[in-house]
Design a protein. Structure first.
Length: 119
């Protein structure tokens, strides 16, 4: 299973970006998908998660600014980021909890995409 993330880049404060992450390979079903981020010198923290049924959890720091969504048919998760702040600067990693068979489940991570918020 591979996760391919895209959509990072440089944006000014107050701007927007949309990240995408598609899972491919031997997939029976995908449970939770989501995004983490890691700023320089800091640990990797959760940003948002979404279940296959659409239940969502956001980190307090992004509530009201970021929106997570997914397309179950495409095994793809999105992160719409609005009102970006310099403190949102980080490498963003997508992850997915994937069943590769009816009994085997593992966590997979994307390669990371850099988001830089700066004027």
């Amino acid at each position: 299973v591979q996760l391919q993330a895209s959509g990072g880049g440089l944006v000014q404060p107050g701007g927007s970006l949309r990240l995408s992450c598609a899972a491919s390979g031997t997939i029976f079903s995908v449970s939770i998908m989501g995004w983490y981020r890691q700023a320089p010198g800091k640990q990797r923290d959760v940003v948002a998660t979404i279940t296959s049924g659409g239940s969502i959890i956001y980190a307090d720091s992004v509530k009201g600014r970021f929106t997570i969504s997914r397309d179950n048919a495409k095994n793809t998760v999105y992160l719409q980021m609005n009102s970006l702040k310099p403190e949102d600067t980080a490498v963003y990693y997508c992850f997915a909890n994937v069943f590769t068979s009816s009994r085997v489940r593992s966590n997979y991570w994307g390669q990371g995409t850099l988001v830089t918020v700066s004027s």
